[in-house]
Design a protein around this ligand. Structure first.
Ligand SMILES: C[S@@+](CC[C@H](N)C(=O)[O-])C[C@H]1O[C@@H](n2cnc3c(N)ncnc32)[C@H](O)[C@@H]1O
Length: 286
């Protein structure tokens, strides 16, 4: 008897049971089915008992990749972010829902202004600047990353989504060399590396083995290094009353806020993410 989609779904559930909860396996499976056979998740139920034989070999290869811990976004080469699809690869962080919340906060704050000057530090796939450029149409949006490979991915994402973001390959720890004079940005935003080696020990093997460590980790002795440098950058390059937005380490929210306040920023506010933990900070340059 021909192998059906249902048979393969069962195979996925059995093989991946130790790696993911059942609901997540189903969601991953549906993404893969849509990608390789063009069957939308809403229509899957109608196809479930039909033959999947012509796709079986490919589905088995993907199952092996998933079993080895490769994230589904890397297998498919793409991830969703704020209603768009972004290319991802092993050089870029997979955009997270928490970062969509950061972008949402900015878009709420600037919903009545479409022409602002923005810079995103540590851009990865370019998910933050491309989304801001799309929604703040007349804006002048810049993005920086130290990784040439990430910049290439971000440039392709911007081009594919038709957004004229300008990219700079640079090290933010040497920001003094980036521009010769103050730029008068309205917004400086960043989701910098913020995971400490101690937290790293508790992380899922998928993240540790497949996502770029330069995107994620900081030294135990200087967990706020990037916040320190980016806040200095913002102090110099934001215009008066301009805004600084950070995604933050939930365990270091008070220390991060303290650092930013001590450098002279005002109106600091910490925001929680959908999981109820401290995840974003907004501050105003005096
Ligand atoms: C946490 S990831 C964020 C990626 C993306 N903004 C997002 O939210 O999905 C941090 C990014 O910072 C970049 N990065 C790390 N060190 C850097 C440095 N010294 N200067 C500039 N970018 C850096 C990494 O390459 C990575 O793309």
């Amino acid at each position: 008897m021909a192998t059906t989609w249902k048979d393969i779904e069962l195979r996925y559930q059995q093989h991946l049971a130790t790696l993911y909860p059942a609901g997540e396996i189903k969601a991953i499976f549906l993404l893969i089915v849509e990608e390789i056979a063009g069957i939308k998740s809403s229509k899957y139920i109608l196809e479930k008992t039909k033959s999947a034989e012509i796709y079986e070999e490919k589905l088995n290869v993907i199952l092996e990749e998933l079993y080895s811990g490769k994230p589904v976004q890397h297998i498919l080469g793409k991830a969703d972010f704020y209603g768009e699809v972004f290319e991802v690869n092993s050089h870029t962080l997979i955009p997270r829902p928490e970062t969509e919340e950061l972008v949402h906060l900015i878009l709420q704050d600037y919903k009545n202004k479409s022409a602002v000057k923005v810079i995103d530090i540590g851009t990865g796939t370019g998910c933050i600047p491309v989304t801001l450029q799309k929604h703040l149409k007349e804006s002048n949006v810049w993005a920086v990353d130290i990784s040439p490979e990430a910049i290439e991915v971000a440039k392709r994402n911007a081009a594919k989504l038709n957004q004229p973001v300008q990219f700079i390959l640079a090290d933010i720890l040497e920001w003094e060399f980036m521009f010769s004079e103050p730029q008068g940005f309205d917004i400086v935003v960043s989701n910098p590396p913020y995971i400490t080696p101690k937290e790293m020990q508790e992380m899922h093997a998928n993240v540790l083995n497949h996502e770029p460590h330069t995107a994620l980790f900081v030294e135990e002795s200087a967990p706020l290094l990037f916040y320190d440098y980016i806040t200095d950058f913002a102090l110099y390059h934001l215009k008066q009353d301009g805004s600084l937005y950070f995604e933050i380490n939930q365990y270091l929210s008070l220390e991060t806020a303290d650092l930013i306040r001590k450098k002279g920023f005002a109106d600091l506010e910490i925001f929680k993410d959908i999981n109820g933990v401290d995840r974003m900070i907004r501050a105003r340059r005096l």
